[in-house]
Design a protein around this ligand. Structure first.
Ligand code: HEM
Length: 293
């Protein structure tokens, strides 16, 4: 049996003494949190205003190191990039966040889907705002991703060494379009139903894997085993199509898109950062260049 006066059981007096002992140190940490072990374990370098220290601070922090320590000032000018790639990414983040919140109120089945949309609109606090935020951000993302592709094309930034990243971009464009298409069906209203009816009917004409497409029948494609059937989970737009659209929209496509975005950003760094405008020529250089012709 353990007695009350066991020597290694600290009494109240001991605890108070220890708190008193540690108080000055804790007070010092409160006044200057940058000196604590916790702070130093996260931010391992000071941000003193020297180029070396600033670079070290960026390189040794997981979030900061996503940005390069040094960049070409001209290549990040809005007049060059239009900021469209970045805005597309931010819209994707807004869509992910608002989409997760919408998932709390939405059931992907024929009995509930449309009713849930009405509930979100009319009964959920800020529900209408949330839904409109998601819808408008989706429309905006379609516009900005096309604008981004146009900018990359107009500045010739698809040329070597960036041809691989152009192809990653094409996948991202496709994923963005598919996210928009699958989201369209989810309210289970007339607009979505007919849009998906038309869209999936077009898939009948896919070469080889559509039952009305070139060489489709020759490859054994029928209305009950072709690509349209796979998209709908049946031969008509119904409960299975709604469930498939939901799973692709909320899980499959965001995962594929997110993964390729990581590859896209990593590749920008590996290709020597954003391409940047053509270097400016001095008047004297222009003369020399003309003279050589
Ligand atoms: C979800 C879609 C996309 C996101 C979030 C995204 C994001 C970005 C960002 C942030 C940049 C840095 C420069 C800038 O902002 O302009 C960039 C560059 C680039 N993107 Fe995208 N992008 C997407 C889709 C595309 C598409 C559709 C293409 C082309 C088919 C593309 C091709 C490229 C190329 C080649 C670069 C390098 C450009 C340069 O070095 O000047 N991206 N992207």
């Amino acid at each position: 049996m353990v007695s009350r006066n066991e020597p290694d059981t600290p009494g109240l007096g001991d605890v108070v003494d220890k708190v008193k002992e540690a108080a000055p140190l804790h007070l010092k940490w409160l006044k200057n949190p940058f000196e604590t072990q916790l702070w130093r374990s996260i931010f391992r370098h000071k941000v003193d205003d020297t180029p070396r220290n600033r670079s070290l601070a960026v390189l040794s922090n997981v979030f900061l190191h996503l940005h390069p320590a040094k960049i070409n000032r001209d290549s990040v000018r809005y007049t060059f990039t239009w900021g469209m790639g970045g805005i597309t990414f931010y819209l994707f983040l807004i869509l992910t966040l608002s989409g997760v919140l919408l998932m709390f109120y939405y059931h992907p089945d024929k009995a509930n889907a449309f009713r849930d949309i009405l509930t979100i609109k009319n009964d959920v606090p800020f529900g209408n705002f949330l839904r409109n935020l998601h819808r408008w951000a989706a429309h905006a993302m379609i516009i900005t991703v096309w604008m981004h592709q146009l900018r990359v094309f107009m500045t010739g930034s698809y040329k070597p060494p960036r041809e691989f990243n152009w192809n990653v971009g094409v996948i991202l464009l496709l994923v963005t379009m598919l996210l928009s298409f699958t989201g369209y069906l989810l309210p289970d209203d007339q607009l979505g139903f007919w849009a998906v009816t038309v869209g999936t009917n077009m898939a009948r004409a896919t070469p080889l894997i559509g039952h009305e497409g070139p060489l489709g029948p020759e490859f054994g494609a029928t209305a009950f085993n072709d690509i349209r059937f796979a998209m709908l989970g049946g031969s008509i737009v119904d409960a299975n199509a709604l469930l498939r659209a939901y799973i692709w929209h909320c899980v499959g496509l965001p995962l594929v898109g997110g993964t390729f975005m990581i590859v896209h950003f990593w590749r920008i760094r590996k290709d020597g950062s954003i391409s940047g405008p053509a270097p400016v020529m001095l008047a004297s250089e222009v003369k020399t260049a003309k003279g050589r012709r």
